[in-house]
Design a binder for this molecule. Structure first.
Ligand code: AMP
Ligand code: ZN
Length: 498
């Protein structure tokens, strides 16, 4: 199938046909977590969004290099680039080494990713592993005149940059208003202008994490990390950069300025921003005290939770909204998602138990057309800026069809075998590879059992085709002895297990 994938680019604010720089390769970067505490469900929504983008791009044939970093230094408590290093602060609080904090919360993040069926990225670079690259990038920006040094810290000179380039386009911020609205912050007196941001920050010797640089000991600026790592692994310009909506400013705005300041090139062809998971309309965030941790969800141990929720229905819940819409986290919405998820999985199970057999009656062209249309539509929805919400609505329609075949309300042989196979491949691809919501079903013995039964029933079909009914009955009877009941319906063979 030819795909006309369109992606909404936050920078130009338009949905454009996706044309990678070097097809079939795609370079994609998404900002990873700052590993100073446990990821909450809000963070997870953003990571899930880019997991589906990654999966879908691969599914339609691209060879994707997906880079998602780990921020293990330099992210200060204030996003404007002031305050103290979050990892350093947490290390003091927990009386651990910063690198112990990093290990602990990186492991936690990976566990959560695994539980929620997120694929590992192709490369997961850490900021502390790329100090050299960051220093090199700072040198370039300095050489081009877009940064200045004060007391061992290097600041990006936004005003100077604006003499030649645009600043604020991505976030739609006006620099004059920003300057007027900015508060006096710690360290700000060092800057020429309050909109300037640190790309290297000098730290005192009592700071545990610090690195040597041409400007003395310090830590890299958070915004610079992503620019340096993105450039290193994907090139000066690459296809897709993602992150949560809250990272548009200042983080991504600064990334653009840094790349343009260093290499005079727009770093990203398609900027993608995932909208926020909210609680009663407020952004879910640790600092607001309205965040949920995955563990709290599985145990139901949280004041706002009525019950426990399993990971796959929660993943499904997130994908039921388009990534550019906000999504409100409520018990009723989660419970509705649980029901929807169960419905879809029932259809998934039924589909994989259906065995197509040709009937004497002719196929029904209208029925064939309907099924083929749904199989096309579900991809069109994804091609429209990864609209998982609408793709899922189509999957529900497909689910209805599957159920009617299963229950015999419509005879399966009213569609031809090729159309049945198309339905099966498409539906399975969405459940397993694209939305990836089948984890519970595919782990453990259950998946194997299904595969095994498929083999046995195929063999039985061959035996029957040879009119060896004695052998066919023997297979059926032996299966029954071990509690597996095989039924020969007019639409094929189904089986149930006690
Ligand atoms: P952080 O570790 O704070 O840098 O956040 C990791 C990712 O989670 C970033 O891409 C954020 O934009 C994203 N994020 C944070 N809070 C939320 C939220 N409530 N909903 C969706 N994404 C979020
Ligand atoms: Zn980033």
């Amino acid at each position: 199938m030819e795909h006309q994938l369109k992606i909404y680019d936050s920078l130009t604010r338009e949905k454009r046909l996706f044309v990678p720089l070097n097809p079939p390769f795609v370079g994609m970067y998404s900002c990873g977590p700052t590993v100073y505490n446990e990821v909450h469900l809000g963070n997870l929504r953003t990571f899930t969004t880019f997991d589906v983008v990654y999966r879908y791009l691969m599914h339609i044939g691209y060879k994707v290099r997906y880079v998602r970093n780990i921020t293990d230094a330099g992210h200060l408590t204030n996003d404007a680039g002031e305050g103290v290093d979050r990892i350093e602060e947490r290390a003091k609080l927990e009386r651990l080494e910063p690198m112990e904090i990093v290990r602990k919360y990186t492991d936690n993040f990976h566990d959560v990713c695994r539980i929620f069926n997120l694929l590992p990225p192709s490369i997961e670079p850490t900021a502390t592993g790329h100090i050299v690259e960051q220093i090199e990038m700072i040198k370039k920006i300095l050489a081009n005149g877009y940064a200045y040094e004060v007391n061992g810290s290097i600041y990006f000179d936004v005003r100077k940059f604006m003499q030649k380039y645009e600043y604020g386009k991505l976030s739609g911020r006006n620099v004059d208003e920003l300057i007027e609205g900015s508060r006096e912050l710690d360290g700000q007196e060092e800057k020429k202008n309050s909109v300037d941001f640190a790309i290297w920050k000098s730290v005192s010797p009592n700071h545990i994490q610090r690195w040597q640089s041409p400007w003395g000991e310090g830590i890299p600026g958070w915004h610079l990390e992503c620019s340096a790592m993105g450039t290193k692994y994907l090139g000066k310009q690459f296809d897709i950069h993602g992150g949560g909506m809250d990272l548009k400013f200042p983080h991504h705005e600064c990334e653009i300025a840094q790349s343009v300041g260093a290499d005079d090139i727009q770093p990203v062809r398609y900027w993608m921003h995932a909208n926020m998971l909210t609680v009663n309309g407020d952004k879910m965030s640790k600092s607001k005290g309205n965040s949920f941790l995955p563990m709290e969800l599985f145990t139901g141990k949280h004041a706002m939770l009525e019950k426990a929720y399993a990971p796959m229905p929660v993943r499904f819940f997130m994908l039921q909204a388009h990534y550019r819409s906000t999504l409100d986290f409520t018990n009723s919405a989660l419970q509705a998602a649980e029901k929807g998820y169960a419905r879809l999985m029932t259809a998934y199970k039924a589909l994989n138990e259906l065995v197509y057999t040709k009937a004497a009656a002719p196929t029904v062209p209208a029925e064939i057309e309907e099924v083929q249309k749904l199989c096309k539509e579900v991809y069109e929805k994804m091609d429209d800026d990864f609209n998982t919400a609408e793709a899922i609505a189509v999957l529900f329609e497909m689910g209805k069809k599957i159920n009617s075949y299963k229950e015999g309300l419509i005879t399966l042989s009213s569609i031809d075998e090729a159309t049945f196979n198309l339905l099966k491949t498409t539906f399975n691809a969405f459940i397993k590879d694209i939305l990836a919501i089948d984890k519970e079903d595919s782990t453990g013995d259950d998946g194997k059992e299904k595969e095994l039964m498929k083999v046995i029933l195929e063999l039985r079909k061959d035996v029957r085709a040879r009119k060896d009914f004695a052998a066919s009955d023997k297979i059926r009877d032996e299966l029954l002895k071990i509690g597996i009941q095989v039924k020969d319906g007019k639409d094929g063979v189904t089986w149930t297990m006690n």
